[in-house]
Design a protein around this ligand. Structure first.
Ligand code: UDP
Length: 246
């Protein structure tokens, strides 16, 4: 997409046919997402992990969503390794559940108007309370279990957000964001999966030691066995990585 090459100071690298920006640190992401004057840039930040790369190989819609996103970042050690294999330098995994909080912290200096959509009612309510207490200008929030997308559009049109954080899991959140982007082309959008649950303590992140060893995926799999089937597919990613076919 032409716009993405203008707004990003770094060029994407293709992993299995999808664009990923090779970030070296969290600060590197933030300087890419925010302009020099400190304002957030319009566009969508999307997390790319091995599961999404595999999905994109067979599913053109997933591929399109990622490739049209302005800020695709590697949120999965497998994708970081594949990027490093191609780029030949050390890169950083960007945890989406940390990035969105950094983005909101920075944008609160400008009192940016934030809309939260996703998770169960009590979880999004607690998320709103936490963020508001910490100086984020949340202008509206709603659970991700709505009947009709129109409900989201109605709320958005009454609060006019600068930033929309969608926590519905993939690909639901990305599909919702694509629709909202048409209406709010100057806003920044980010899909954050289960991050509202993590923030409110509904779901625990892996202890720091596991994170440092790049084993957060294993921790999640052990905690939520339904993920075993999702992770089993990842052997395919490992195979493609080892054969340098990504
Ligand atoms: N969720 C939602 N609406 C739905 C389905 C799920 O708001 O229709 C929420 C769910 O409550 C959870 C998040 O989306 O907070 C999904 O988290 P998950 O860990 O599955 O997403 P991932 O991080 O794996 O994309």
């Amino acid at each position: 997409m032409e716009e993405s090459s203008v707004v990003n100071q770094i060029s994407p690298i293709q992993i299995g046919g999808v664009n990923v920006l090779p970030f070296e640190s969290m600060e590197h992401v933030l300087t890419t997402i925010f302009s020099d004057d400190g304002l957030i840039k319009p566009g969508m930040a999307v997390a790319v992990n091995p599961e999404k790369v595999l999905k994109a190989i067979d599913d053109s819609e997933t591929k399109k969503i990622i490739n049209e996103a302005q800020f695709p970042y590697a949120d999965g050690i497998g994708v970081v390794k594949a990027l490093q294999q191609k780029k030949g330098k050390k890169l950083c995994r960007i945890a989406g559940c940390e990035l969105w909080l950094e983005v909101l912290k920075r944008s609160s200096q400008f009192n940016s108007r934030v809309l939260l959509v996703g998770a169960k009612p009590e979880v999004v309510e607690k998320t709103n309370a936490y963020l508001t207490t910490n100086g984020v200008n949340v202008v509206g929030y709603m659970s991700g279990y709505f009947k009709n997308t129109q409900e989201v559009f109605d709320l958005a049109s009454s609060v006019k957000p600068d930033i929309v954080i969608a926590a519905l899991g993939s690909p639901k959140q990305e599909k919702l964001i694509k629709m909202l982007m048409l209406e709010y082309p100057n806003a920044f959008f980010m899909g954050v999966g289960g991050s509202f649950d993590v923030l409110t303590g509904n779901v625990n992140r892996a202890p720091k030691g596991w994170q440092k060893l790049n084993l957060e995926w294993l921790y999640r799999m052990l905690k939520e066995p339904r993920r075993i089937f999702r992770q089993a597919k990842l052997l395919k990613f490992l195979q493609l990585y080892l054969l340098k076919k990504l």
